[in-house]
Design a protein around this ligand. Structure first.
Ligand code: UDP
Length: 337
């Protein structure tokens, strides 16, 4: 059995490819390298450069590598961009998956794992959020993922496919050995911004909103270490291979951490007191987003290994230092306490 990983050279995709390869799975990657890096792949994993929505290309890869499972990461992930250009998101996320599913059905691929997001919930009525909570996305990004979930459900029912939809909460951290990590220039994610500040690449970090009705006034998120998330994909593949039925699973730890606590963790592990500025609320932000994780824990043979904020921050920081040095940044500054 070979698993096709679309977007396998990206942040979460590459950690998953690493986890699959370490578990002895046969893997082939399709990635257009728009945000991914070929160097993030283990040397023995073939990379086909192209689009997951290119029917002929995907069909050729499935035939050549005898693919019988697909893990689909490829897509666009920046919420504000999706507000500015919704059609790009419906094309890159929804339409690309429609095309990929069409080829999967044609070629008889029966296992499909899809990268979805907690953004499908919008503002939750209940926290921790269970998978059966209402889905009311607030952005075209969330809508494009929800539309794909619906499409996948219908296609699977009609064609005898089994799927796992993984709804990611806030993914952070990097490979514990700092081989790979988040390398996107201009990333907007909290932990990435914080480690950029800790390595002197930013003068400060803004806290968007300190007047929320939460214990310290800032928003609350459920951070999951990218390597644990990668393992969840490997476990989802094993689950489907063992005959598991289609299921949608939240991917988080079920523990809320505030924005201020997160920044403090980075300051602590970096031993660097970078400036923190309180700023107005960011439009569209959800106040509290924490996963109910009972279903993933009951369904998959998966247990988190890095469920600790300081560990996540330390791994993100180690990777950021390496990246900064590789890009020619001052190593001394990155090291200073
Ligand atoms: N955040 C912040 N400053 C930043 C980046 C993010 O205060 O420079 C806050 C943001 O307002 C939100 C939380 O951190 O409350 C998580 O934001 P992120 O963009 O990392 O992920 P999201 O939960 O929006 O997907």
């Amino acid at each position: 059995m070979t698993v096709l990983v679309t977007g396998g050279a990206g942040y979460i995709g590459s950690h998953t490819v690493q986890a699959l390869a370490a578990a002895g799975e046969s893997v082939v990657v399709i990635d257009n390298l728009s945000t991914g890096f070929s160097a993030f792949l283990p040397g023995n994993v073939p990379l086909v450069i192209g689009d997951a929505g290119d029917d002929d290309l995907v069909e050729g890869v499935i035939a050549k590598h005898r693919v019988d499972g697909i893990i689909h990461f490829a897509g666009s992930v920046v919420v504000p961009d999706s507000m500015r250009d919704p059609l790009a998101y419906y094309r890159n996320n929804t339409m690309t998956t429609r095309s990929l599913l069409n080829v999967a059905v044609k070629c008889g691929v029966k296992r499909f794992i899809f990268s979805s997001t907690a953004a499908v919930y919008g503002n939750p009525d209940q926290v921790p959020v269970p998978e059966h909570a209402p889905t009311r996305p607030l952005s075209p990004y969330g809508s494009s993922k929800l539309m794909t979930e619906i499409m996948l459900h219908d296609v699977a029912s009609a064609h005898g496919m089994n799927y796992v939809v993984l709804r990611y909460f806030n993914v952070a951290g990097a490979d514990p050995q700092a081989r790979i990590g988040l390398a996107t220039v201009g990333a907007t994610h909290l932990l990435k911004i914080a480690v950029e500040a800790a390595t002197g690449q930013r003068a400060k970090i803004d806290v968007f909103g300190t007047d929320y009705p939460t214990p310290d006034g800032s928003c609350i998120r459920d951070f999951i270490h990218v390597s644990d998330l990668a393992e969840a994909h490997r476990a989802a593949l094993s689950y489907l291979t063992a005959g598991g039925r289609s299921v949608t699973l939240n991917c988080g730890y079920g523990r809320g951490t505030s924005v201020l606590e997160t920044i403090e963790a980075v300051r602590r592990v970096a031993r660097r007191n970078f400036a923190v500025q309180y700023a107005p609320r960011r439009p569209g932000d959800i106040m509290t987003m924490v996963a109910d994780t009972s279903r993933i824990r009951a369904t998959l043979d998966w247990a988190p290994r890095y469920d600790d904020l300081d560990t996540i921050a330390a791994h993100a920081l180690a990777w950021e230092k390496k990246l900064f040095q590789a890009r020619g940044g001052p190593a001394q500054q990155a090291e200073s306490a």
